[in-house]
Design a protein around this ligand. Sequence first.
Ligand code: CTP
Length: 401
Amino acid sequence: MNGKHILVGVTGGIAAYKTAYLIRLLVKQGAEVRVVMTEMAKQFITPLTLATLSKNPIAVDFFDPENGQWNSHVSLGLWADCYVIAPCTANTLAKMANGIADNLLLTTYLSAKCPTIIAPAMDLDMYAHQATQQNIQTLRSRGVGIVEAEDGFLASGLTGKGRMAEPETIAQAIDDIFKHSNTLGGQTIMVTAGPTYEKIDPVRFIGNYSSGKMGYAICEELAARGANVVLISGPVKLKAKHKNITVVSVESAKQMYEACQAHFAQAQAAIMTAAVADFAPENIADNKIKRKGGMTLNLCPTNDIAACMGQMKREDQTLVGFALETNDEETNATHKLQSKNLDFIVLNSLNDKGAGFGVDTNKITIFDNKSNRTAFDLKPKSECAADIVDKLEEIMREKQS
Ligand code: CTP
């Protein structure tokens, strides 16, 4: 915790009084703390209390009405190594899940590049409501850490699940993030992600349904653990968040291959998650092809990028592949493990509900080149990413020892 920048977001709930104690705990452990509050939070605890404890002025508005000084949500988000919102009301939780940005605390959430943790606090019925649970699930699937509410006596006089977790529990969750945060410090890791588009003519291409979500989640996990990530990305709708991720945007399998050739030698490891086209049109028409009855398209094979990296791989490098299968899953995956000279392969089957393209969850099985097989439950892709990166770290440690 020492020297870490922790941004504490406070929303309007009675548990805000416990945030004073959380801030004191963080400061005592050597963290530098800044606080952003909502207007409603000020009704529950004074800015003066939190400013005194955090030793920093409190940010509430986009600007100071007294002198017009601008509170930049972007620089607050960039300053933070961790953003913890405690208490997080049902209202703020719902806004976060839906990208609503009507106060400084929320705009900061949307622009922050660091890990975010929330500690929900509300009455038991609000907490149990399907809408709240779904919002929590949405945030969890986007990689937000959830410090679950606890069971007990509530301000309403009722008893049940909804109390904000104790400050010690929240501080522990922050500490856990930092413990993991530098295990890959100084390592460069290359990741391919997304689909490739193979042009037919200026308006058409051959593509596939890959959303890039799994690959991007892996990049965030690697970066959060301190790695410098080179993300070679096909066309996707996603944005890499973490400042340690450098994105190299490509479109075709050929461009992805060339980018990998250029970056692999400098990397200690590579994770090939991209759904690369196996075939590309032999010729790209200069002009839009006109409709005139049927047509035949001649395709030629693209480079198998993972297999090429497998041939280039040095002893000290670790290479990871993916296999998305529809049948004979294990046989196909273990065959790819060997033929591409991978250290391990991550299998996901389109036959598993909740796994595959576009969804936020995945169900993976990892096979390594020592015949170990580890099957995981269906989980948010952010949690699958952590399992994959744990395995990567294990193998990298073995190679370095
Ligand atoms: N891969 C690659 N370049 C290709 C094809 C695949 O780098 N041209 C990588 C993928 O990123 C993945 C692994 O190889 O890590 C397996 O990809 P997959 O599409 O499952 O297998 P293929 O080798 O293409 O075999 P097939 O499509 O016949 O199942």
